[in-house]
Each structure stands twice: as C-alpha cells, then as structure tokens.
Design a protein around this ligand. Structure first.
Ligand SMILES: *Cc1c(COP(=O)(O)O)cnc(C)c1O
Length: 343
C-alpha cells in the first residue's frame, strides 16, 4: 500500500528512535528538560525570533497564538480555505473566543485589497480587527508557496493598521526548500510563527511557536491552561531536533516525487491537474468520475493507494519520507487505473 494521505503518517526512523532513547530529560513544566530547552533555543535562532515554545500539535500552536494576540470578541482575518478555519474544530470560537473572517483566494494568497476591505473601521458597533494569519505553504490549495514580497506587503498593511501578523507555517520548511529562501527571511515579517516537526520532517509529535520573549511567556501560560504542559517531553523534542537536522535536506526529494506523480497524471486526460499548483510535496487533482470522494478513495485503495480529500471535488496526495521515486510513479499509474474502473 502506498500511503499518500498525509506527510503525518511517517514512522520514526531507527536513528531517530536511538536519539529519542538517549535524550536527557527533565520536568519541562519546571523548565528543566534539557532536550526541550535545546530544541527551543535552536528553533528560535533558526527562525530569528527571541524565543520558542515546544507544543504538542500545530493546532495548539495556532490556537495559542490567536489567544495571546486577541481579546475575546475581536476579529481575525484568515484565508477562506485555511487550516485554522477548516481543520481546527472551530477552536477559535471556544478558546480565544474570536470571530474568523475568511477571504477566498486562488492559491492561498489573499489579495491586499480584500484584506484591506476586511479590516473594520473603528466604529463602536463593529468587531475590532486584531490579527491577520497567513498559511505557508498552503495546505488545501495544494502546498502552494507564498512569495516573500507578498508577505512583506501584507506585513506593511498590518503594521499600518496596527494589526498583528501570524504565520501558520506547519510546512514552512517545504517553502524554504522549494524557493531557497531561508527560514529567517520567511519569518522576519511576522510577529509569530508556528512550525511543525510532525509533517514532512517525520518526527512523531510536535510543533513550535516562535515570537518575542513576552509573547512566548504568555504562550507558555496558555499551553499549560490547555493541558499541554508535558513533563519529560525531551524524548519528543529530541526527535524533533533530529528531524530538523537530518530530514530537512531531503524534502526536495518529496517535491520531485510530487512533480513526477503530477506529470504522469497530467499526461492522461482522465484527471484534471493544474501544474502551477504543484510547488512542494502536495498534489491536488480533480477526478472526473461522478462519484463522491469516499467512492473514489475506495477505488484507489483497491489499487493500493491511499489518498485524502482536498478542496471539494479534489483529491490530495502528499509525498513524504516513506515514498520513493518508484512508488511515486507507481502510485500515479494506480490512481489512473482507479479512475478508469469508475468510468
Ligand atoms: C497539519 C497542519 C496544522 C496542524 O497541525 P497538527 O499537528 O496536526 O495539529 C496546522 N496548519 C497546517 C497548514 C497544517 O497542515
């Protein structure tokens, strides 16, 4: 079975497990876990921010960011198909108690005009706009990369309007590898950034939030409030640090495999694919068979490929550590066989 549902399905490698087993640990709620502290220092430096906080998941990282940046009842501008609006169980309504404004876009890049129009004038009867969130790479739009120049334009707008700017960078590493732009260049315009170790980097658990020292101090309190104060978490942090140091370089292989897979699909008239969307390790494509996604996914499973759903009517294939070049090509041929079986 070739599992392309997500880059979260990876297993820790033998070497990663060795590093985890040997990691020095302590009670991180007391700030005494050397492996967690090492990871946090490394990530803060890598991303050019004052401080970092290891969190159990990307969702918790994003939700803590919303809670620290906003007061209840304030408004947050997000892209309409963003992870925050789609896959985080409406947590912003429950935790930060904010209202999300979703702005549709073609590739995850909301227009500056649309963002500006969504920022509320300061009438007492309007919600107060507080924060803009960008997602890089953009998951549902197919792993698309945000240009640095665009991010700076949004940051200038945010600053001009007194808003904070947060990046959902669960796959920021993929954007860096695809463009050659350094993590610091990507994070500089943001007040806060969330990055994940459990996606393409292949660590079993964990994300990090970076920002100012003051922001991270509040974030630590929120993490505890949400039940995310983990004790000997160094076992996990050691895997995350190992993944950053050893699995980042190989992400370009996932991007090549995604392109190969997409090329084979694009050569067939059986599926619809937009090659300009294939920028990193995610491929989304339309399957023309008049069946619901579950039936299409089942046909693919019968052929030995697991997929997930992208935008409505789109299937999603994600390339990772455990899919090699041969499997990537084989997966494309299997998907085409599955489409034929439904026509
Ligand atoms: C996966 C993902 C998250 C959430 O990460 P979890 O660790 O699964 O909670 C957030 N944002 C984006 C863009 C993601 O792809």
């Amino acid at each position: 079975m070739i599992d392309l549902r997500s880059d979260t399905v990876t297993q820790p490698t033998d070497e990663m497990r060795r590093v985890m087993a040997q990691a020095p640990v302590g009670d991180d709620v007391f700030g005494e876990d050397p492996s967690v502290n090492a990871l946090q220092e490394y990530v803060a430096d890598l991303l050019g921010k004052e401080a970092a906080l290891f969190v159990p998941s990307g969702v918790m990282g994003n939700q803590i960011a919303l809670a620290v940046h906003c007061h209840p009842g304030e408004e947050v501008i997000v892209e309409a198909a963003s992870h925050i609006i789609t896959y985080e169980t409406a947590a912003p309504a429950v935790i930060a108690r904010v209202q999300l404004v979703g702005i549709p876009s073609a590739f995850g890049q909301m227009s500056l005009e649309a963002i500006e129009q969504a920022i509320r004038p300061p009438e007492y009867y309007f919600p107060r706009t507080r924060l803009i969130c960008l997602e890089n790479t953009h998951n549902r739009h197919g792993g698309t990369v945000l240009p640095v120049a665009y991010i700076y334009e949004v940051a200038a707008l945010a600053r001009r309007c007194g808003l904070a700017l947060h990046c959902d960078g669960a796959r920021l590493w993929n954007a860096c590898v695809a463009t050659g732009i350094s993590p610091r260049q990507y994070t500089e315009p943001f007040d806060t950034v969330m990055v994940s170790f459990s996606k393409g980097l292949g660590a079993p658990v964990g994300s990090a939030l970076v920002g100012s020292r003051e922001f991270i101090a509040s974030a630590r309190k929120w993490r505890k409030l949400l039940g995310g104060g983990m004790r000997q978490a160094g076992i996990l942090a050691a895997a995350a640090l190992y993944a950053l140091q050893h699995h980042w370089e190989r992400l370009h292989e996932d991007h090549e495999h995604a392109r190969l897979f997409a090329q084979i699909l694009a050569e067939s008239a059986l599926v619809e694919i937009e090659p300009q969307r294939v920028q990193t390790n995610i491929v989304i494509f339309r399957y023309p068979a008049p069946v619901p996604f579950a039936a299409f996914a089942e046909a693919c499973r019968r052929e030995g490929v697991l997929l997930s759903q992208g935008l409505p009517g789109w299937a999603r294939a994600v390339f990772h550590l455990h899919v090699d070049r041969k499997q990537a090509m084989e997966a494309a041929h299997r998907v085409l066989r599955a489409v034929r079986s439904l026509l």
